[in-house]
Design a protein. Sequence first.
Length: 436
Amino acid sequence: MKWARNRSISVRLIGLFLLTALLLIIVVRTGFHFAFKNDLRDLTRPHIAEYIQHLIDRIGDPPDIQRAEALAKRLPVDIYIRGPNQQWSSTGKLPDRVKPERWHRHRLPSGRTVHVIRAGREFRLRTRIGKHRLVLVPRDMQSGEWAPLYGIATIIAILAVIAFAYHAIRRLFRPVQEISNGVNRIGAGDLKHRIPITRQDELGTLAGNINTMTDDIEQMLEAKRQLLLAISHELRSPLTRAKVNLELLDPSEKTKALEHDLREMETLLNELLETERLNSRHTPLNLTACDPAMLIQEVINEQFPESNIQQDLQQPETFIPLDPVRIKLLVKNLLENAQRHTPADTHPPKISSHFYEHQWQLEVQDHGHGIPAEHLQHITEPFYRADSARQRETGGYGLGLYLCRVIAEAHGGQLTVESQESRGTKIKITLPLGHA
């Protein structure tokens, strides 16, 4: 399955949701950034400057250690003082030194210069009071130890929300896959299959409509089958009377032609009735332990005694369960079809029978003109012929291969057609050995 050709609807929706959320975040962040950045900066800068100036004024010049200690206890700020013969810290230890080039210089409205830096997890402000250096570290502005964990937790929460949305969407669209599988089975010819309806929404309505359509198709095909059976049965009586009346006539070329035509009509009716019997679930196969090579040889001896058919028949180790009458009919139709399409000036048709681990494979190869590619998928349909003229000499009435396919499927196997124009056609029958 290629991702570019078969993408899940739920995955597409998840991608759409993520893209929408990302675009919303970008739009909102950008809008707030440009709308409030300058205003917040202008509003907060005077207050921050006033706060810093207030702390410096309270500490005094020169710095008063007692005042600084009182400020550190009352306010969320650590204070460090370094001067001539004096070092003091409200935390009991002095801060680590930072390279001078990393400090950022700012000037307060009072004219005092303040250096600012973010050192590790701390935010520091440094200034000079006379000969002393004062460092202020606001405690509420320090980077918390739990910040990385908060970031990881946020990512996990986002992934959990995405996973929940994905499963919710998959649950929402689960009937789509069931409908697709059901349509494939119905399209493959399983008209007894019905799509289970587990929802009362639009997808449930769609499944119900497909089931109703399948019911209508099944009824239509059954009516067609019954009509075909009725016509076939009704034609038997006048056909029998015509054959009896033909026997009373004096032999001539015309009576021979009539006899030939009546025989073809009888064969056509027999094939029609046989295919409908096999399509009916109430007509079981008459399975008997058989030697397929023997059945093929009997067909050749009875139906094609004068033909030079090439044979490659492998003897089975044990007999296999087959319906001998219908297998012989299958072989007869395949050989008739191969002979009809093989010119007299080329190699004769070839029939092969081989056994593999779990299956029996029958192949009939002709050396005719082949079947055009556009007709291959329809060639085993009833009454379908690549030659639209439907002349008997060029292919009969389109029931032979259809009957062969039905016989193969009744045995649990399949019929496949391989053909190349100007190189001939190969019909392959594959039957499982354990079919019962």
